[in-house]
Design a protein around this ligand. Structure first.
Ligand SMILES: *Cc1c(COP(=O)(O)O)cnc(C)c1O
Length: 376
C-alpha cells in the first residue's frame, strides 16, 4: 500500500473525538427537498432569526462594501468598534469583534481554559458552551437548573479550584428564562475574581424594558466579566456572522491573542455598523416579538400545552409526556411545512423550541400544531 494511504481511522485527541458537532436548525431548502414542499411555503421557526429580515440600511451598506471585499477586512474593525464604543459608553479598546458571538464564547474558552481546568454552565443552557469547553479538553461543570432557569447560588456552590470560566446566558436559550439584575449582580460580586464570567446577552434587545440592567456598568465594576452580544438575532444579520464582546483591557487582551486572523468580514462589519443606528427597526422587531409571544401563548393555552414564559424571541413548549414527543411533533410540523427546533440534544426530548415569527408564520405553526393534535 502506498504510504500516503493512511489506514488511521481516528484522528485527534480523545477530547476532540468526544466533541458533538453543532447541529443547526434545518435549512428551508433541505426541508423542501426532503418533504417535497415548495420552499416559498415553508416557515422556519428554528434558529431565532428575525422574521422581519434586516434593516434596509444594512443592505445598502453591504452593497456599497461589496467591491471592498476583494481586500482583506479591517482586522481591528475600527469603524464598528468606534460606533459600538459610543453606543455602549465604553472605550473601543474594550471591544472584541467575533464572527457571531459564538466566536467570542470560543475565544473565551481558548484563552482561559486548559485541559487541567473546568468550565461551568447551567443545564439547559446554550449548547455552544459545551462545545467551547470540550474544544479545549477542559472539564465540564454542568449545574442543574432551578425550574429551567440558571440556579446561581448552586453555581457559586459548585465552584472548585479547577473552575476558570463560567457561562451565563440572560435571557437563556433554549428556555427563555431571565435572571433579575439583583440576582446577577449579587452573583458577580460573589464569583472569585480569578474566575472569568461570560454574560451572554444574545437576546438583550427582546427583554422587557423594566427588566433591563446596565451590564456595561458591570463590565467597569468587574475586571473578570465579559459581556457578549450579537447582530444575529434582533438585528437580523445571522448569515453575516458578526457579534462582539466587551471586557476590561486585560481580558480583552487575551481574547485578542486567540482570535483568528480576520475573523469578521468586510460585509459583516459594514452591515453591523449601519444596522446599529436603525432604532426603528429594533423597536419593530421588539413589538412583533411581543405580539407573537402573546399569539403563541394563547394558542398553547388553548391546546393545553405547557410552555415557559420567555424573554427571548422563542418559546420552549412541552409537546408531550414521553421522550419521543419532541421528535414526533417536530416531524409532524415538518410535514406541514413548519421548521421548529427539537431540543433533545439539550436533554429536553419532550419539548420543542419555537422561534417567534410574523403573525402569519405563527398562525401557520399554530394551525400545524392543531392539526397534529386533532389527529393524534
Ligand atoms: C444565538 C445565540 C448566540 C449567538 O449566536 P451568533 O450567531 O454566533 O452570534 C449566542 N448565545 C446564545 C444564547 C444564542 O442563543
Amino acid at each position: 500500500m502506498p504510504e500516503h494511504q493512511s489506514t488511521q481511522a481516528r484522528w485527534g485527541a480523545d477530547y476532540v473525538q468526544a466533541i458533538s458537532p453543532y447541529v443547526g436548525g434545518k435549512p428551508i431548502a433541505e426541508v423542501a427537498r426532503q418533504f417535497g414542499l415548495e420552499p416559498g411555503r415553508i416557515v422556519k421557526l428554528a434558529s431565532n432569526e428575525n422574521p422581519l429580515g434586516m434593516s434596509p440600511r444594512a443592505k445598502e451598506a453591504m452593497l456599497a462594501a461589496l467591491s471592498d471585499s476583494t481586500r482583506y477586512p479591517d482586522n481591528d474593525g475600527y469603524a464598528l468598534k468606534q460606533a459600538l464604543a459610543t453606543r455602549l459608553g465604553v472605550p473601543a479598546a474594550w471591544i472584541t469583534l467575533g464572527h457571531g458571538s459564538s466566536d467570542l464564547l470560543e475565544m473565551a474558552a481558548r484563552a482561559l481554559l486548559t485541559d487541567a481546568d473546568a468550565g461551568m454552565y447551567a443545564r439547559y443552557s446554550f449548547i455552544v458552551y459545551t462545545q467551547a469547553v470540550q474544544g479545549v479538553g477542559a472539564q465540564h461543570q454542568v449545574v442543574p437548573d432551578r425550574a429551567f432557569a440558571h440556579d446561581l447560588p448552586a453555581m457559586l456552590a459548585a465552584i472548585t479550584p479547577l473552575t476558570k470560566l463560567i457561562f451565563v446566558a440572560n435571557p437563556n436559550n433554549p428556555t427563555g428564562t431571565f435572571l433579575s439584575a439583583d440576582e446577577l449582580h449579587d452573583f458577580l460580586r460573589k464569583v472569585p475574581p480569578h474566575i472569568a464570567v461570560v454574560l451572554d446577552e444574545a437576546y438583550v434587545e427582546y427583554t422587557l424594558p423594566e427588566l433591563r440592567y446596565d451590564s456595561m456598568a458591570w463590565v467597569r465594576e468587574f475586571p473578570n466579566l465579559i459581556v457578549s452580544r450579537t447582530f444575529s438575532k434582533a438585528y437580523g444579520l445571522a448569515g453575516l456572522r458578526i457579534g462582539y464582546g466587551v471586557a476590561q483591557p486585560a481580558l480583552t487582551d487575551v481574547l485578542n491573542r486567540v482570535r483568528s486572523a480576520f475573523n469578521t468580514s468586510t460585509l459583516g462589519q459594514a452591515a453591523a455598523l449601519a444596522a446599529l443606528d436603525d432604532h426603528d427597526f429594533i423597536e419593530q422587531a421588539y413589538a412583533v416579538n411581543r405580539a407573537g409571544q402573546a399569539q403563541l401563548a394563547e394558542a398553547f393555552d388553548a391546546l393545553g400545552l405547557s410552555y415557559i414564559p420567555s424573554q427571548g424571541n422563542f418559546v420552549l413548549v412541552k409537546v408531550g409526556a414521553d421522550d419521543g414527543a419532541g421528535a414526533r411533533v417536530n416531524l409532524a410540523l415538518l410535514r406541514r411545512g413548519v421548521i421548529a427546533r427539537p431540543v433533545d440534544n439539550y436533554g429536553l426530548p419532550q419539548w420543542l423550541r419555537i422561534s417567534v415569527g410574523t403573525e402569519a408564520e405563527n398562525a401557520k405553526c399554530i394551525a400545524a400544531l392543531r392539526a397534529h393534535f386533532a389527529e393524534s
